[in-house]
Ligand binder design. Structure first.
Ligand code: AMP
Length: 143
């Protein structure tokens, strides 16, 4: 199973924001969409960063409430690890575990085409295990 299979199931919509968006607005959008991270894209549509609820909580604790008025570009993670549609789910699990993050934007030819979360990966892994178990049961029953 690969990233393309996940996107086929969940769709390709990604919630994005521009670098000048305030942290308050980012937090509101996280709440509105019930998600944990937002990809930051520049005017040309290129991925320029990623911000998750963890970044906001950390900066709120460090700086306090006034930080919410600051632009996200100051606090986002700028070195974004992305994946491609052909990447396997095993590879994504490895990257997420090694880097300790839960989201990976999918980029093809420089364009953002989707986003995969740890929840999507786990769901796909469970579906895969159930399919294997069903195939094994069929094999035993008909063998
Ligand atoms: P998360 O586990 O996704 O909430 O993110 C934990 C931390 O990793 C935050 O500082 C995020 O900005 C950062 N982060 C999340 N996803 C990525 C990614 N794909 N590449 C680089 N940093 C990331």
């Amino acid at each position: 199973m690969n990233v393309a299979a996940i996107l086929k199931l969940k769709g390709r919509d990604v919630v994005t924001a521009s670098p000048g968006t305030s942290l308050l607005e980012i937090a509101q959008r996280l709440g509105e969409h019930k998600i944990g991270c937002i990809v930051i894209v520049d005017e040309g549509g290129n991925v320029s960063g990623i911000v998750s609820e963890r970044d906001i909580v950390r900066e709120l604790a460090r700086i306090g409430a006034p930080v919410m008025e600051e632009p996200v570009e100051v606090y986002m993670t700028k070195s974004v690890v992305t994946c491609r549609e052909a990447d396997t789910i095993d590879r994504l699990m490895g990257e997420m575990t090694a880097h300790r993050f839960r989201h990976m934007p999918v980029v093809e030819r420089g364009r953002l085409v989707g986003l995969v979360s740890i929840g999507d990966v786990v769901r796909m892994r469970i579906a895969e295990a159930e399919m294997e178990a069903a195939a094994m049961r069929d094999y035993i029953a008909t063998g």
